[in-house]
Write a protein that binds this ligand. Structure first.
Ligand SMILES: Cc1ncc(COP(=O)(O)O)c(C=O)c1O
Length: 372
């Protein structure tokens, strides 16, 4: 029988339609025993796999000598049903980063440009490097949303292929862009603009200004929605992501994707995670509790922070950011990397409640010494 560590009840209420009040934060027993550095640097989900996913991986090993279609077919069907589309709207990637990479490859061409926020998640411009794209970086607004009006203006001034990357909520800021503005842009954009809407942290958001852009993909072939199993489903090491787009578009994207992705064990783990209805509420409850510990301490210490809608948060750092990161490392805590131009802030991922208690106690000693 599966051994479980019932840690404590979550306190969150009504996020994204999932009730997390009184949801038990059940931690994978292997994760609960693990020691070593505190990893608050990559926005992972510290809960560990859903129990059903762990079982699926162990059972799935008997099929691992076969190519993975027995898992990916049902997974595509389950995802299609979840998003109200047909399976030909789904394209898998080795993590959602691969979907970003293939979108960048597919749109590349002479005079190709990427319009993106500054700062935002770096993968899109890293993948653009070999293609000689021109980057059109548009600073976030004063409330850390994408400046859609400015991005739109920049895109319309260009006549070659344009990839508009919108990370919502945005990494590294954890902040939201109003989906009405995104819808207005998509609804009126010319065909040369291809939208990559990165919804990696979709499930964490609780806001009536936020919804998925999936509703566009039946009618528009220039919209690619990007999702991942790495965050809410805690499968970052398994590498499963997917794009949702018009079948004409997924057919084009598949020309760039590695065949037989995801691998069999990743496929069965993803399917089992989807079917485990307790997984999302548990992840949300743990995140809400951990975030509460962090925000209470930051507010208590008077350290400025951004309002997070995700499993990470940006807070003010006094002095040099690299020094702060190094000092945290000396305490066996990995925090986020620098995200220029926001070099007065550190990004910290939300870990389990006891992990956040540990982080906060180190932060308090830093504050006493005038380091934050
Ligand atoms: C906004 C965003 N998109 C995509 C990714 C890539 O995630 P993965 O390749 O694990 O699905 C990340 C990872 O942190 C992310 O923050």
């Amino acid at each position: 029988m599966e051994r479980r560590a019932f840690v404590r009840a979550g306190l969150a209420a009504g996020l994204t339609g999932f009730s997390t009040s009184a949801t038990a934060i059940t931690i994978d027993p292997v994760v609960a025993r693990r020691s070593g550095p505190l990893r608050l640097n990559s926005n992972e989900n510290a809960l560990g796999l859903a129990p059903a996913a762990r079982r699926a991986v162990i059972d799935g090993i008997t099929e691992a000598n076969r190519y993975p279609r027995s898992a990916t077919g049902p997974l595509a069907e389950a995802l299609a049903a979840r998003h109200g589309v047909t399976p030909d709207h789904i394209v898998f990637g080795n993590g959602s980063t691969e979907i970003i990479r293939i979108a960048v490859s597919a749109v590349a061409g002479p005079r190709a440009r990427i319009v993106l926020a500054d700062p935002t998640f770096e993968d899109v411009f890293r993948y653009a490097e070999p293609f000689g794209y021109t980057l059109e970086r548009v600073p976030l607004t004063s409330d850390y949303a994408h400046d859609i009006a400015a991005m739109r203006q920049r895109a319309y001034a260009l006549d070659g292929p344009v990839l508009a990357y919108i990370c919502n909520p945005n990494n590294p800021t954890g902040t939201l862009t109003d989906c009405t503005a995104i819808d207005d842009w998509i609804g009126s954009a010319p065909e040369n603009v291809v939208f990559v809407i990165d919804e990696a942290y979709f499930e964490y958001v609780h806001s009536d200004r936020y919804w998925s852009s999936v509703h566009w993909v039946r009618e528009k072939s220039n919209v690619i929605v990007v999702r991942t199993f790495s965050k809410i489903f805690a499968l970052a090491g398994m590498r499963v992501g997917y794009g949702i787009a018009h079948p004409e578009t997924t057919a084009k994207l598949r020309a760039y994707v590695t065949r037989n992705t995801p691998n069999h064990l990743a496929g069965v783990a993803a399917l089992a995670s989807l079917e485990d209805e307790a997984m999302i509420p548990r992840s949300l409850a743990a995140n809400q509790r951990g975030r509460g510990i962090l925000t209470d301490a930051l507010d208590d210490l008077g350290i400025g922070r951004l309002p997070s809608q995700t499993n990470f948060l940006m807070h003010r750092v006094g002095g040099d950011l690299e020094t702060y990161i190094e000092r945290m490392r000396e305490q066996d805590i990995s925090v986020g990397r620098p995200f220029p131009p926001m070099l007065g802030y550190n990004r910290v991922s939300i870990g389990l409640p006891d992990e956040m208690e540990r982080f906060v106690s180190v932060l308090r000693t830093f504050h006493e010494r005038g380091w934050v």
